[in-house]
Design a protein around this ligand. Structure first.
Ligand code: ADP
Ligand code: MG
Length: 299
């Protein structure tokens, strides 16, 4: 159903597609300084499906925005396809983003006055394509997510699940090889969430690299690597078999159940019920927990 991008079936272990070296992001000045990312280093290979977890404020979105070239690191090196991109000028950075990366956000971010088709065609507007070709490409992308019959609807006429499928179409329309999804199921009921996850899983199976932030333990079963963030650092980095929920993630969910965040618990519980019980017996720890100095944000 989906287009196969020019990609390899074998993971390249020599040249990572994404390489982040001691990247920090500091917001504010003086007493109001927040260290959103604290010397994070990570290598990501082509074709990985990474679930990024961690409490609110731990730096997940900041990391995604830096990888997605929506934001710049304060310090450190970011290489995308072996090219140093952190300090590229605005125009070159935008071009690199457009050619390599598709975004999916929790709140969909579709423009309310444009039709679904026009929204999906938007990322092509900067490619110098004729409008007819842009709309054709958008129509094909909508077909990939099963939304052809909604092309001329406005976003407010769609359900949450349909909106997220439209935003997946928008993310795919450029043929990017990296998909960044920041809590893509955060605003969805469990049935819609499952559809969205199956689509992301299809995109992954075609050889694309997927980075997905999630609070939801059960959606980590689609991933083959889990990052866990805390206070601006990656504290766990685990390989995991697709189809399984790592024990640590399950434990985090159990801990959440004991907390008092009712809304989050309700969302996650609904999701867990919609999924079959995992066979959680593979648990490969990739890197040891790093003891880090206190880097709690000063707010
Ligand atoms: P998460 O996505 O894990 O919830 P974020 O990456 O959004 O975390 O935020 C990490 C930290 O950086 C938080 O303390 C947050 O308040 C702070 N932060 C994020 N964006 C900004 C910003 N634009 N200005 C100031 N502080 C920010
Ligand atoms: Mg976030």
């Amino acid at each position: 159903m989906l287009v196969k991008w020019p990609s390899t079936d074998v993971k390249c272990s020599v040249m990572p597609i994404i390489e982040i070296d001691e990247v920090s992001k500091v917001y504010g000045f003086g007493d109001a300084t927040t260290v959103a990312l604290d010397e994070v280093s990570i290598k990501i290979e082509k074709g990985e499906f990474i679930a990024v977890m961690g409490p609110s404020g731990s730096g997940k979105t900041t990391l995604m925005n830096i990888i997605g070239l929506l934001d710049r690191p304060t310090h450190g090196i970011y290489k995308l396809n072996s090219k140093d991109v952190a300090r590229l000028g605005k125009v070159k950075q935008a071009r690199s983003r457009r050619d390599n990366i598709g975004f999916i956000f929790q709140s969909f971010n579709l423009l309310p006055r444009l039709t679904v088709l026009e929204n999906v065609a938007l990322p092509l507007a900067y490619k110098g394509m004729s409008q007819t070709r842009r709309l054709k490409a958008a129509s094909r992308a909508l077909e990939q997510v099963g939304l052809n019959d909604r092309e001329y609807y406005l976003p407010n006429q769609l359900s949450g699940g349909q909106l997220q499928r439209a935003s997946i179409a928008r993310a795919l329309v450029n043929g990017p090889s990296i998909i960044i999804a920041d809590e893509p199921t955060g605003n969805l009921d469990s049935t819609s969430a499952r559809v969205v996850m199956e689509l992301l899983s299809d995109v992954h199976k075609l050889g694309n690299t997927v980075l997905m932030v999630t609070h939801n333990p059960s959606v980590t079963r689609y991933a083959d690597r889990i990052l866990y963030m805390l206070d601006g650092s990656i504290v766990y980095d685990e390989a995991t078999a697709v189809g399984e929920i790592p024990r640590r993630v399950q434990n985090a969910f159990n801990a959440l159940r004991k907390s008092d965040d009712d809304e989050k618990i309700a969302n996650v519980s609904a999701m867990m019920e919609a999924m079959p019980t995992p066979t959680d017996n593979v648990y490969t720890k990739k890197s040891k927990k790093k003891k880090r100095q206190s880097k709690r944000s000063r707010k």
